[in-house]
Design a protein around this ligand. Structure first.
Ligand SMILES: [Zn+2]
Length: 407
């Protein structure tokens, strides 16, 4: 595959091809769905404007909160007061709402990986200039938000449980000077609330590309001190996408990852290479997006999120069932019961046992659960009428069911 690598300030980036494709990550990246991405962008554009000063800004934030909650994230709206001095009136003193969604790490919950995309938009360089009403911001930056929602969906629907806490940040008022991300990093870097932030993956403008799919190029925008993360992005673009990459420091100050980098956090910023001609205009609409291209960048972002939060020095946990046992279930079929007790089981341990005891805790019958993943039958024809309990003992788990016998 052809690679484009730019060298800055005489810095030569050497890399050795020691990385290899991980089939688990490959399978998961293939689940990133182009139609979902497109629908997300359309839904975000349907707000008409996501301009930071628009009265609907909280409504947009609430919508994003609900979307992340649907994918099992714990979400808060974290507010801050925006004052830029750009507007002479009270319009410049407005509450803004960062949307912060967390999927807590099971082993290292205070160690975090931050995915981020700003959700506000602006449209200010055309004749129309009614950005309070229309600032579609499809590429800038519904595209980045759409990608993170899709990554959240794939994490959730495949039961991926991170080891470190995965944080998805949808920042407000980026267009007013990265205000959302500055506010957030200032808060979470205070001594009381300090997180150990391992990595930032920022997506801003990832949907514009007019090339043939054999010539898709995207930017890996880099930061000093983030070489390992940059290398990971390079490796993953080779392993899990059809993209060619361009590493650059250009524009690295121009989006939310910069705020976190300024606080010493290892950061990378993924962006389209062919800058959209509709930037900050009312023409930045969803029909200008190349969703096939956008899916490829989303795959790289997914692989980074996965590798950083799941597959790392704490060990490898590829899916939830290796850490948390699948939920075991026992159901009694038709209660009250006569002559024969039937109960169905799901996800019990092979060596599970059952006990039937009465209200005085005397054991009436016990034995092995013959079918830990299906129907079981026990003869109870010689048990007196009354209330009993069926207790199932599986590894680390006890399930008790009340049983009424009417023989
Ligand atoms: Zn942007």
């Amino acid at each position: 595959m052809k690679k484009i690598v730019l060298f800055f300030f005489g810095l030569v980036m050497c890399f050795f091809d020691l990385h290899s494709q991980n089939t688990e990550i490959l399978n998961l990246t293939n689940k990133i769905n182009q139609d979902s991405l497109q629908q997300n962008v359309i839904d975000l554009q349907s707000f008409s404007t996501r301009y930071a000063y628009s009265p609907n800004r909280k409504e947009v934030a609430e919508y994003l909160k609900t979307r992340l909650e649907d994918y099992g994230f714990e979400v808060v709206l974290d507010s801050f007061l925006l004052q830029t001095g750009w507007f002479p009136t009270a319009a410049d003193t407005l509450w803004q709402y960062n949307v912060i969604g967390e999927k807590q790490g099971i082993w290292a919950k205070d160690t975090t990986i931050h995915l981020m995309a700003h959700y506000d938009s602006r449209s200010d360089m055309e004749g129309f200039e009614d950005y309070f009403n229309f600032a579609p911001g499809a590429d800038d930056n519904a595209s980045g938000v759409a990608a993170l929602l899709e990554i959240a969906r794939v994490f959730h629907q495949n039961n991926i449980q991170p080891i470190k806490t995965l944080v998805i940040n949808f920042f407000a008022a980026e267009e007013q000077g990265l205000r959302g991300s500055w506010d957030r990093i200032e808060k979470i870097s205070t001594p009381i609330w300090q997180e150990d932030i391992k990595a930032v993956i920022n997506l801003d403008m990832i949907g514009y590309c007019t090339s043939d799919s054999t010539d898709y190029v995207f930017d890996i925008i880099t930061y000093d001190g983030s070489e390992a993360l940059t290398q990971m992005a390079i490796d993953f673009s080779e392993d899990y996408s059809i993209l060619q990459y361009n590493t650059t420091t250009e524009n690295n100050y121009a989006s939310d990852s910069y705020s976190f980098y300024a606080y010493g956090v290892s950061s990378v910023f993924l962006m389209e290479h062919e800058f959209t001609p509709h930037y900050h205009t009312e023409r930045d609409v969803h029909t200008t997006i190349n969703y096939h291209f956008m899916r490829e960048i989303t795959k790289v972002a997914f692989a980074l999120a996965y590798e950083c939060s799941v597959n790392n020095e704490y060990g490898t946990v590829t899916s939830i069932d290796e850490v948390i046992k699948p939920i075991s279930e026992v159901k009694i079929v038709s209660n009250p019961v006569s002559k024969e007790l039937k109960f169905s089981c799901r996800n019990l341990e092979v060596k599970s046992r059952y006990t039937i005891y009465n209200q005085s805790s005397q054991i009436i019958s016990e034995g092995r659960v013959e079918n830990p993943n299906g129907m079981n039958k026990i003869d109870i024809s010689n048990i007196n009428n009354g209330v009993y309990f069926l207790k199932i003992i599986s590894e680390n788990q006890i399930i008790t069911k009340k049983l009424i016998v009417l023989n």
